[in-house]
Design a protein around this ligand. Sequence first.
Ligand SMILES: Nc1ncnc2c1ncn2[C@@H]1O[C@H](COP(=O)(O)OP(=O)(O)OP(=O)(O)O)[C@@H](O)[C@H]1O
Ligand SMILES: [Mg+2]
Length: 273
Amino acid sequence: MSITVKNLDYTYPSGVTALNNVSLKINKGEYIAIMGANGAGKTTLIKHFNGLLKPTKGHVLVNDIDTITSSVAEMAKIVGFVFQNPDHQLFLTTVEEEIKFGPTNFDFPEEQIQEDMEKVVTFLNLKNLLKRSPFSLSEGERKRVALASVLVMNPEILILDEPTMGQDAIQKRNIAKMINELNQQGRTITLVTHDVEFVAECQPRVVAMTEGRVIADGMAKDVLTNLEILAKTKLRPPQITALAWEIANQEQSFPKDVITISEMKTNLLEFRR
Ligand SMILES: Nc1ncnc2c1ncn2[C@@H]1O[C@H](COP(=O)(O)OP(=O)(O)OP(=O)(O)O)[C@@H](O)[C@H]1O
Ligand SMILES: [Mg+2]
């Protein structure tokens, strides 16, 4: 399951041009983070991956299906999409109904639904909330319900708009673990995030956007330690990188492309010798 974006332009009916000649190939089984300042066009881009938006110019192919000719319902079987704002996604009276809605609609067997629900609910810490109304939940809890309602469908491609938004450190770690696991099972994952610490920890391929264009595409280690890209995307470097830069200011041979604690530890121990 791959996604191919070819010379994509998108202009909203209001006249705002949000994407400008974007080309991108996401291969089967890849894990990608799209990063960029507010308004850079990240959400607009990923809404093309499940056919929610159709190109003004250019093409988006999901496998070999051109989204121009596909229906959103057809895409929904392959692509799971978690919205930036969970309120755009939740509409039923209990969390349990919400999570079961997709697989029930697709006529998954009841036993499988129950089993899959159990799994996501445990992973996302939602067990105690199953009988509650999604609208009585906190923002962070609602986001996790929205995630659960998509993950329970086991889609081959997962598109997540700001999955860690509003999550505490423990939930963030669980979400990171869950995404890694799904990726290891061969699912293709694309997420949008402003969370540099999350990206430093998970190390996906990073695509950086500014003003509707892709300005960088590479390893997290390279993109997150590039001053020019950080400035253009209005991101700060990860804390560990900032520390590496401070040390490199005094000790010029100290490496500047450090993004994880374990790399920092190795470098510090090495340096002490
Ligand atoms: N429904 C809409 N109608 C008109 N313009 C829109 C609409 N949605 C987004 N835009 C505009 O398109 C541009 C890209 O918006 P988009 O939501 O894709 O940005 P983003 O990178 O996801 O930002 P954020 O980090 O704030 O979520 C912005 O200039 C925005 O104002
Ligand atoms: Mg957005």
